[in-house]
Design a protein around this ligand. Structure first.
Ligand SMILES: NC(=O)c1ccc[n+]([C@@H]2O[C@H](COP(=O)([O-])OP(=O)(O)OC[C@H]3O[C@@H](n4cnc5c(N)ncnc54)[C@H](OP(=O)(O)O)[C@@H]3O)[C@@H](O)[C@H]2O)c1
Length: 233
């Protein structure tokens, strides 16, 4: 059975991706903090195609052990979707050190570490897809979100450099740069990316993931930028 590790599976995009992958008979292991939401998703999808690990990706030093124990149980992951992320809209002086650490740990350090662990096994097994969910804020600077932009630009550079490193291997890396998506991420923010109902839907992003998973080993599908027409990029 094909297997995927999806971070941030409890909400928004990650939850949607998990459901869609399971419909394609890909077993998903979801990682997130909210156990109740993960349990609800497990009930919805069913045990065969979904299980979860209730884990806070900010616990950077524990990621390796946790991931190794997941791999021990599931044996092999062909797909890694680094989707978990936090958004903070504030200018730099209004962002405290703990918030800076949270953003960098969740959005950048955790995906880098997960990629390091899983890509090693993918290389050995001669197949693998690593999909990083950056943001349009990883291509174009957004005002009053400098730390978030920094993490998403970081993921951009990481993915592109890793692409060169893995170019002739069987492991493919794709970075997706979405504009505003209608998800709970915007629930508590003052700024919204235009009218949310005209924003992207999780399914728009999933179409890219689905396309990537259909490409064979001879194609490098490095980047996908997708924005709704209401945004002025
Ligand atoms: N929505 C947009 O407009 C938009 C645009 C461009 C890019 N993105 C990116 O898309 C990704 C998904 O965001 P979304 O829109 O689906 O937002 P969301 O609904 O808020 O979901 C974020 C997910 O990340 C998980 N997460 C956050 N911190 C975590 C941590 N420390 N440990 C483990 N999991 C954690 C959350 O789970 P728990 O809270 O249960 O831990 C949740 O499942 C993010 O990387 C975001 O930056 C979003």
């Amino acid at each position: 059975m094909r297997k995927a590790l999806v971070t941030g599976a409890s909400s928004g995009l990650g939850k949607y991706i998990s459901i869609q992958l399971s419909k394609k008979k890909i077993r998903v292991i979801g990682i997130a903090r909210d156990k109740k939401k993960l349990e609800k998703l497990k009930k919805y999808i069913g045990n065969k195609y979904f299980d979860y690990v209730n884990f806070d990706l900010k616990r950077i030093d524990e990621i390796e052990n946790i991931t190794n124990s997941i791999i021990k149980k599931e044996k092999f992951f062909e797909i890694l979707i680094n989707n978990a992320g936090v958004y903070k809209q504030s200018n730099l002086q209004n962002t405290n050190i703990s918030e800076i650490n949270d953003l960098i740990d969740t959005n950048l350090k955790a995906p880098i570490i997960l990629t390091k662990i899983l890509s090693k096994i993918m290389k050995k097994n001669k197949k693998g897809y690593i999909i990083n969910i950056s943001s349009i804020a990883g291509k174009i600077p957004i005002k009053d979100s400098s730390v978030y932009c920094g993490t998403k630009y970081g993921l951009h550079g990481f993915g592109n450099s890793l692409n060169k490193e893995l170019k002739n291997s069987d492991v493919k890396v794709c970075t997706i740069f979405p504009g505003g998506i209608n998800t709970p991420l915007w629930k508590n923010t003052k700024y919204k990316p235009g009218n949310l109902k005209d924003s992207l839907r999780p399914n728009d992003i999933f179409k890219i993931i689905d396309l990537m998973l259909k490409f064979g080993k001879k194609i490098n599908f490095n980047e996908a930028v997708i924005t709704p027409t209401i945004e002025n990029f």
